[in-house]
Design a protein around this ligand. Structure first.
Ligand code: TXA
Ligand code: MG
Length: 330
């Protein structure tokens, strides 16, 4: 299996199959939300544990409204401003949403992707699809069709929609009355959300995500490339190889269900370098990680610089941090 047309993708979905589709953030592994077979196949293909819930992708507001208990003025305003786009809303689900999608949680994650191909599939399918990023659990998300083909060894069909413009996953926003929590930072920032809600007269309060359970995707390790990545804080140590090998020996085999990749010994390394502009950095982050992992290097490293800690870098830095096997402080 390889690249498929939009019509083929729609036929696959109608037949309870799964297919990778492009979105503006990253490629998703799509299956119809009303097909139990497709939903289970998403988890199986990704080797994803059932405790990690899926995002439901909708064509627009009416589909989203049909899946929740209540559609608040806040949801109305946010979707008016940010849909289609990289903002996922978490709202109380109704009974039409399967527990397989939400991992048994009372809330459902909803997003309208801003990509003509994803939107065309949703329109022609006439119902929403669930789609986590089209990568193996815990690994780097795909931003071009080739990444998907490599990740699943050509076993998953993919619609080629070119490179994802944003390059990192959507902002995940939990709405609880007028309390908001960002469960995952993304291209839509807290500042943008605050600005829109203030301007439209919505009194809101920001809240830190209460417990891990409310944010099941908030694992320490995620987005991991096929070679271990290390973040270096401070100046580059002269004995970097020695230090990294020490770190390597201290690593556990598994964290949060994600198997850490460990070579026997690190002999060679490749440096990950990103553009200084966070929007550009987000766009190339995952392809840079994948490219470096394909070189002969045994491990990858990334030097943390002052600008990476700027709020504008929050989403990219969060991905980088979680993609790391360990942080080295000199
Ligand atoms: O940009 C994106 O959001 C991409 C594209 C394909 O749309 N999708 C994506 O899906 O990143 P995934 O499954 O890789 O990440 C979904 C995140 C996870 O961290 C998951 O735990 C969280 O959303 N999530 C989903 N449903 C949730 C819920 N009901 N409550 C809390 N978090 C939820
Ligand atoms: Mg993912």
């Amino acid at each position: 299996m390889s690249r498929v047309s939009l019509d083929q993708a729609i036929a696959i979905l109608k037949n309870d199959g799964v297919v990778a589709v492009p979105t503006e953030t990253v490629y998703g592994l799509a299956g119809r939300i009303f097909s139990e077979v497709a939903l289970k196949s998403i988890f199986k293909t990704k080797q994803r544990p059932f405790f990690d819930p899926l995002i439901v992708h909708v064509e627009g507001k009416p589909q989203a409204q049909s899946l929740v208990q209540e559609w608040s003025g806040l949801a109305e305003t946010l979707t008016d401003h940010f849909w289609p786009g990289p903002l996922t809303l978490i709202l109380p689900k109704n009974q039409d949403v399967s527990d397989v999608i939400t991992s048994g949680l009372p809330n459902v994650a909803l997003r309208c992707p801003n990509h003509p191909m994803a939107l065309r599939i949703l329109r022609d399918l006439g119902e929403p699809f669930a789609a986590p990023s089209a990568n193996l659990f815990g690994r780097t998300s795909p931003t071009v069709a080739q990444h998907v083909l490599e990740e699943f060894k050509n076993k998953v069909p993919v619609v080629d929609g070119g490179a994802s413009l944003i390059g990192i996953e959507s902002t995940v926003l939990l709405i609880d009355g007028n309390h908001l929590s960002i469960l995952r930072p993304g291209a839509v920032t807290k500042a943008q959300l605050t600005e829109v809600l203030e301007r439209t007269g919505h009194p809101i309060k920001w809240r830190e995500p209460a417990q891990k359970k409310m944010a099941p995707g908030q694992m320490q390790h995620h987005y991991m490339p096929a070679k271990p990545l290390f973040a270096i804080h401070g100046t580059l140590p002269k004995d970097l190889l020695v230090r990294l090998n020490q770190e390597l020996n201290n690593l556990p085999d598994k964290i949060d269900e994600v198997v850490l990749i460990k070579p026997k010994k690190i002999k060679t390394m490749a440096e990950i370098q990103l553009p200084t502009d966070p929007v550009q950095a987000a766009r190339v982050l995952y392809s840079e990680l994948r490219k470096a992992a394909l070189t002969k290097a045994d491990a990858l490293y990334f030097q943390v610089q002052a600008h990476h800690l700027d709020p504008s870098w929050e989403a990219v830095y969060e991905r980088l941090s979680k993609a790391c096997s360990a942080h080295l402080k000199s």
